[in-house]
Design a protein around this ligand. Structure first.
Ligand SMILES: [Zn+2]
Length: 241
C-alpha cells in the first residue's frame, strides 16, 4: 500500500468520527423543540385567559356604570314624583322608577354572574400559570442538559481535530490536498479499497461506486508507487493486504 494512503486512512478514520460527532451535535438541540413548543403553547393559553379576564372586567365596569346612571335616573324621577301636581303625573313617575329599578335588578344579576365567571377565570389562570412554570422549568433543565452534551461533543471534536492536525503533518502536502479535494466532493469515504468479486478471479471493483478497475490499474495499485483515483467516482483507491 502507498505510504500516503496508509497515513490518509488514519486521517479518514478521524474524519469519520468527527463527522459522526458533528451530526450528533447538530441533532441535540432538536430534542428541545418539543419542549419549546410546549412552553409557547402554555404562554398562548395563559394569554388567552388574560384576554378573557380583561373582557370580563370591562363588562363589569360597563354594568356598574349603567347601574349608577340608573341611580341618578331614579333620583331624578323621585324628585319629579314628589313634586307631581296630579295623580296621573305621580303614577307616571312611579312607573318610571319601578322600570328603572327592574332594569337595575337585571343588571346587578348580570354583573354578579360575570363576577363569578371572573373568579373562575382567575383560578384557571393561576392553575395554567403553575403548569407553565413547570413546563418552563422542565425546558430549562433539558436545555442545560443539552448544552452540556453539546459542549462535551465540542471538546471531543476539538481533540480529534488536534489529532488530525498532527497526523496530516506527516502526509505529503500534494497528497493531502488531493484527499481534501475529494472529501469536499464525495459523500462518505474518500479512500476506498478495490475488492475482488468472489466468483471471478482477478476482477476487482471500486468499493465507492462498484466500477470495475482495469488490469493496468490493478497493477498500479499493486506496485503502490503513485496514487490512483477511480475513473468513475474519483475516490482514492487502494489494494488491501
Ligand atoms: Zn469509484
Amino acid at each position: 500500500m502507498h505510504q500516503s494512503i496508509e497515513k490518509l486512512l488514519g486521517v479518514q478514520k478521524l474524519d469519520r468520527e468527527i463527522s459522526l460527532l458533528e451530526e450528533a451535535k447538530s441533532r441535540r438541540p432538536m430534542e428541545l423543540s418539543d419542549d419549546l413548543r410546549k412552553v409557547a403553547s402554555g404562554k398562548d393559553v395563559v394569554s388567552r385567559v388574560e384576554d378573557e379576564i380583561k373582557a370580563c372586567r370591562m363588562e363589569i365596569d360597563k354594568g356598574e356604570l349603567k347601574i349608577r346612571e340608573l341611580d341618578a335616573d331614579i333620583e331624578k324621577s323621585t324628585i319629579a314624583m314628589n313634586a307631581a301636581n296630579t295623580n296621573d303625573e305621580y303614577s307616571i313617575f312611579k312607573g318610571q322608577i319601578a322600570k328603572y329599578g327592574e332594569e337595575q335588578g337585571g343588571l346587578e344579576e348580570e354583573v354578579l354572574e360575570t363576577m363569578n365567571h371572573l373568579d373562575g377565570l382567575q383560578g384557571k389562570k393561576a392553575e395554567l400559570e403553575r403548569d407553565l412554570a413547570d413546563t418552563e422549568k422542565a425546558y430549562q433543565r433539558k436545555e442545560t442538559e443539552v448544552n452540556g452534551l453539546v459542549k462535551e461533543l465540542d471538546s471531543k471534536v476539538g481533540g480529534l481535530k488536534d489529532e488530525r492536525g498532527q497526523l496530516t503533518s506527516f502526509v505529503d502536502g500534494d497528497h493531502f490536498a488531493i484527499y481534501e479535494r475529494i472529501r469536499s466532493k464525495v459523500d462518505g469515504d474518500s479512500i476506498v479499497p478495490v475488492e475482488k468479486k468472489a466468483e471471478e478471479e482477478g476482477v476487482f471493483f471500486c468499493q465507492g461506486c462498484y466500477m470495475r478497475v482495469t488490469k493496468q490499474e490493478l497493477n498500479q495499485l499493486a506496485l503502490a508507487q503513485e496514487l490512483l483515483t477511480c475513473r468513475s467516482c474519483s475516490r482514492l483507491l487502494f489494494l488491501e493486504g
